[in-house]
Design a protein around this ligand. Structure first.
Ligand SMILES: C[S@@+](CC[C@H](N)C(=O)[O-])C[C@H]1O[C@@H](n2cnc3c(N)ncnc32)[C@H](O)[C@@H]1O
Length: 339
């Protein structure tokens, strides 16, 4: 069997060749339908497959900068504006009739899905570190992943914490934590921080949740209420240029953890590598939960299925496969704290 690191390196090279060759918008939508939406969102699978064949919409998308043409951004903006997502013909008519408003929103917005469910995976590593913790999340969006100590969890039959939201996670290969971490300081860095106290920001986060995921909508509202009660320090800035200054503000006497979830795929490759080198040199720990192709991990086994996974890693050591919303963790690495 081909080692997965080799296979992934091949995928990464193919991806870079596609970008270099200017992968067509139609191909990107067809790939999104097949690889990302299939089995997760029938509505988005249908829409993306239809857009891939829709010369009129493809021509409109081509008028936008390359970084602003993605399916998640288009579909999120159309839903944010009140357009239909359940029927490709209705979507086509709405998009053509309202293109100036759609294009204006796509130019100024970015996909910033904030998924507190990812805390269920982060918690498995955070709980093993020396407490208390000072957390910095880079690419924090509205900062909803900065509250792993405030949410409740169900790892199968193992329950932890009280209140809402309750984050459900199927975990194999490691024992769930016995207690919640103690967080004494939390801060986020983002190119465009969102504010959970602003209804328009919450409406945008809501529009980014895929149509068939009402449980994630409820989770967003519950997590936003937690964050609004004690808003995080959110700093506008770049994860490479501005992290050292923010890290210098962390209190002494707490274990600094810099983490990121589903962020580095938005960062150009040379800057990702510079970030990884820089964060290793900071005092404290580095916890990452990002797509397998964005950091070059060695010794990662095959993922449990063909679904999309992130790799959870501590100090760059891969530990587990994590489904994209934190709903499933398959641990394969050493258990932190017991190495
Ligand atoms: C998909 S969202 C993920 C948000 C959050 N980490 C989560 O998992 O729910 C990615 C976030 O990274 C931010 N981002 C992208 N590139 C960045 C950079 N170079 N510096 C800081 N933030 C960045 C985006 O603005 C966006 O809010």
């Amino acid at each position: 069997m081909m080692p997965v690191t080799v296979e992934r390196a091949g995928q990464a090279r193919r991806r870079e060749r596609c970008h270099a060759a200017g992968m067509s918008i139609a191909a990107a939508y067809a790939e999104f339908a097949e690889r990302e939406a299939r089995g997760v969102s029938p509505a988005y699978e249908r829409l993306a497959a239809a857009v891939a064949r829709d010369e009129e919409i493809l021509a409109l998308l081509a008028t936008l900068p390359a970084a602003k043409r993605q399916p998640n951004l288009l579909f999120g903006v159309v839903r944010f504006l009140g357009g239909p997502a359940d029927d490709p013909a209705g979507f086509h008519d709405y998009a053509v009739a309202n293109w100036p408003a759609i294009a204006a929103e796509m130019r100024v917005r970015a996909t910033q899905t904030n998924e507190p469910g990812r805390c269920a995976a982060l918690l498995l590593a955070l709980a093993t570190l020396p407490q208390p913790l000072a957390l910095i999340e880079v690419g924090a969006s509205a900062g909803l992943c900065l509250y792993p100590d405030r949410y409740a969890y169900r790892y199968g039959r193992h329950a932890l914490g009280t209140g809402a939201p309750v984050l459900e996670c199927a975990v194999t290969g490691v024992e769930p934590p016995a207690r919640l971490p103690e967080v004494v300081w939390r801060a986020g860095l983002d190119l465009n921080p969102l504010d959970v106290r602003e209804p328009a920001d919450v409406a945008w986060l809501d529009a980014l949740i895929w149509p068939e995921h009402p449980h994630r909508r409820a989770r967003l509202r519950a997590a936003a209420a937690v964050a609004a009660a004690e808003p995080p320090l959110l700093v506008r800035g770049d994860l490479l240029d501005d992290l050292p200054a923010l890290a210098a503000r962390a209190p002494a006497g707490a274990t600094l953890v810099v983490f990121h979830t589903s962020v580095l795929y938005q960062v150009p490759s040379p800057r990702r590598e510079a970030f990884a080198a820089m964060v290793r040199d900071l005092p404290g720990h580095w916890l990452s939960n990002d797509a397998p192709h964005v950091l070059h991990h060695d010794g990662v086994p095959h993922p449990p299925s063909g679904a999309a996974y992130n790799v959870l890693a501590l100090e760059g050591t891969p530990l587990a496969w994590v489904r994209s919303h934190g709903q499933e963790v398959t641990w394969f690495g050493p258990v932190p704290g017991r190495r």
